[in-house]
Structure formats: structure tokens, C-alpha cells
Design a protein around this ligand. Structure first.
Ligand code: 2HA
Ligand code: ZN
Length: 273
């Protein structure tokens, strides 16, 4: 355990769980994290794997993930405990050759299964692997206070959320230049929410689940943490602004687009039209 813990991706995974818990984004067993391991990662830790646990149905088909390995948080497990006891709280799973089943090859030593949101995680990985030509590796789900609060007062559409959050800080369109997708309320862990989120992930790296939380996708642990940190900070400012009586002005399309054109950032200007 000591040794696997010192491997870089493993350490970064646990560190993100800890940082996220300390930000207040993961109460109790809230939230989940998954990482699509590289061949290099698998080679580094394969000596710790065992193959006696049974194959289980994923519930969805993810053909382009066949044969891949993922590090994932456990269902019912706490982000808070991940750093101290990773072998009790996380696992590494292998996807079978058909992309319909998985088996645990490391971790969850006291029993359990991968996150209840596994279908959404794997469908998101499947979409993002294709779109980013393999660069995307991390999917991160969490329950940040202000973003969830806004999902009860803003219209539940991509355009409203994107514009409202972008308006709060010039950093926002830099960190999420494609905007924010919004999904209405669905049963957590369901196939419906997995399918709807995966559809949104074709366009966005951030998807808000109304009355529930956020899903972020990125090529690294730093990237997904950075996205969520920025989204939630903008949401916090917006909650404050609304509590103080609302905006007295807002940035114009010209102000925003000129700034990003100067820096060569491809911000999706259609959200202003
Ligand atoms: O409890 O966050 O969405 C884990 C979750 C389910
Ligand atoms: Zn959740």
C-alpha cells in the first residue's frame, strides 16, 4: 500500500479528494472521482492487481473504453477518508473487451462497489476520450453550495448559466471557454442522467445537475479542480450580488470577446447572441 500510494497518479487522485473535501464540495459520501489510467500508469501498478473478483455489468456500453483501467471512488465512501485509507475507499477497475462489464482489480479491501454514478463517469469518459483524442482523463463530480443554490433560481438552460457565470470574472471564459451545460433533475445514478450528461459533455467540460451538483471533465486532476474552483467562485459572487440587490451593469459582448481575441482564447461567442 505504501508503495502504490507513492505513485504519482494515485497520490494526485487522493490529494484531489482531500482538497475537494476541504473546500466543502463533498459532504459525507457525496461526490465521486474517476481517472482513466495511461498505459504507463497501469504498468507502474500492475504488480498490485489481483483478478479473483467477478465481472459486473456497467449498465451502459462503452466500447471505446474496452480493456482500459480506471481509478474510481467507492460507493458510499467518504472523500474525507480517501487520503488516509485509500485501499478502503477507492478501487481500480478493469473494463472487459466488450465495454459492458468491469471488475475490481485493486482496492475496496473491506468490500463495496465503485461509485453509484459509474454509468455517468464511464459514458463521460467515452465521449471525452473520442473528442479529445485521448487527452481527457479525469471526471469529477461534487456538490458545491453556491452552484447548487443557483440551480434553484436561474433558468435551467446552458445559455443562462454560462452568461451569468462568465459575467462574474474575466477568468471564467478563460477557464471554461465552451460554457456550462445544464441538466434538469433526475434520479442520481440513473441511466437517464448518464445519457443526458454524456450528450452535454460533447460540447461542455462542465455540466450542472440541477438541485444536485456538478460534473467536470479534464485532462488532469489540476484542471478539473481548477474548473470547479472557478465555477464555484463565480457562483458565490453571483449569489452575493443577488443577495445585495442584483447587478447594476453587465459586461458587453464586445468587452468580453475583444479581451479573449487579444489573448487567442477561443471563447464561444454564440452565448452572447
Ligand atoms: O453519493 O454524489 O450523486 C454520491 C453522489 C451521488
Ligand atoms: Zn452527487
Amino acid at each position: 500500500m505504501e508503495e502504490i500510494y507513492n505513485v504519482r497518479f494515485f497520490n494526485k487522485f487522493c490529494r484531489l479528494c482531500d482538497d475537494s473535501y476541504n473546500r466543502g464540495w463533498n459532504e459525507a459520501n457525496g461526490g465521486n472521482l474517476s481517472y482513466r489510467m495511461s498505459e504507463f500508469d497501469v504498468d507502474e501498478v500492475r504488480k498490485y492487481f489481483s483478478y479473483e473478483r467477478d465481472w459486473q455489468d456497467i449498465g451502459v456500453t462503452v466500447e471505446n473504453l474496452a480493456g482500459e483501467y480506471f481509478m474510481v471512488t467507492g460507493s458510499g465512501k467518504y472523500f474525507k477518508n480517501t487520503k488516509e485509507e485509500p485501499d478502503d475507499n477507492v478501487c481500480i477497475i478493469e473494463i472487459d473487451s466488450t465495454g459492458t462489464k468491469y471488475r475490481i482489480v485493486w482496492g475496496l479491501v473491506n468490500g463495496g462497489r465503485p461509485t453509484s454514478e459509474l454509468p455517468t463517469h464511464l459514458m463521460n469518459h467515452s465521449v471525452k476520450k473520442d473528442i479529445t483524442k485521448g487527452k481527457n482523463r479525469v471526471i469529477f463530480h461534487n456538490h458545491p453550495i453556491h452552484t447548487i443554490s443557483l440551480s434553484f433560481v436561474l433558468d435551467l438552460d446552458d445559455r443562462t448559466f454560462t452568461r451569468e457565470l462568465w459575467d462574474m470574472m474575466p477568468e471564467c471564459p478563460v477557464v471554461f471557454p465552451r460554457g456550462v451545460g445544464v441538466v434538469g433533475w433526475h434520479t442520481p445514478g440513473s441511466i437517464e442522467i448518464a445519457e443526458e450528461t454524456a450528450e452535454k459533455m460533447k460540447r461542455f467540460d462542465v455540466v450542472v445537475w440541477a438541485g444536485h451538483g456538478v460534473f467536470c471533465a479534464g485532462e488532469s486532476f489540476d484542471r478539473v479542480f481548477g474548473i470547479l474552483d472557478t465555477v464555484e467562485k463565480a457562483a458565490t459572487i453571483l449569489c452575493n450580488v443577488k443577495a445585495m440587490g442584483g447587478k447594476k451593469w453587465r459586461v458587453t459582448k464586445e468587452q468580453v470577446m475583444t479581451l479573449y481575441e487579444n489573448y487567442g482564447i477561443d471563447v464561444d461567442g454564440t452565448f452572447f447572441d
